[in-house]
Ligand binder design. Structure first.
Ligand code: CUA
Length: 187
């Protein structure tokens, strides 16, 4: 190489040994590439949180799986979709919700860990026995969303499917509690 002869120290290096300043330059170059990637990833994370409302999928809120369906929030009579001040809260698996309204899902499991994913939305959480998982989303247009269990939970896992039916916003308040959890017949 041309600059090898200009530096008397480098001329004496045995073949295969890389000069120190070249190692230094290469290390610095990769350090800056790595820092650039880190900044890019942080920007992507922040933009995703802001634009798509992605966030860690729960609050650490304990619930007793043994008495889950016998007392408290998740008793049979309290399940379904409820209109609340900040939108709609869902405490069930197959439901209707209004379009263009903030929807809060509160989920718990009485047996094993299940997965709760709503295809084409930001909703994706594990439902762990002993805890309440809370996820928030909003559906822009009426339609039907598939809700497969995406966590292997045992025999029957492959059949653990449900649906969320999104109805027009003005139609939802007219539905009875029974109609809100009935995804077979139309409202
Ligand atoms: Cu429930 Cu897989």
């Amino acid at each position: 190489m041309a600059d090898e002869s200009s530096n008397p120290l480098q001329r004496r290096l045995p073949s295969g040994i890389v000069p120190e300043d070249l190692v230094d330059r290469t290390e610095k170059r990769w350090l800056f590439i790595m820092l650039g990637m880190l900044v890019l990833i942080m920007v992507i994370v922040v933009l995703t949180v802001i634009a798509h409302a992605w966030h860690p999928p729960s609050n650490v809120e304990p619930a007793d799986p043994v008495t889950l369906h016998l007392q408290g929030e998740f008793v049979e009579s309290n399940l379904g979709t409820a209109l609340e001040l900040d939108g709609v809260t869902v405490r069930l698996i197959c439901v209707k919700v209004p379009a263009g309204t903030p929807v809060k899902f509160r989920l718990s499991s009485a047996d094993v860990v299940h997965g709760f994913i709503l295809v084409d939305t930001n909703v994706n959480t594990m439902v762990v026995p002993g805890f309440v998982a809370e996820v928030r989303t909003s559906f822009a247009t009426p339609g039907e969303y598939r809700m497969p269990c995406d966590e292997f939970c045992g025999l029957g896992h492959q059949g653990m499917w449900a649906r969320v039916v999104v109805v027009p916003r003005d139609q939802f308040p007219k539905l009875t509690p029974e109609q809100r959890t009935d995804c077979v017949s139309s409202p």
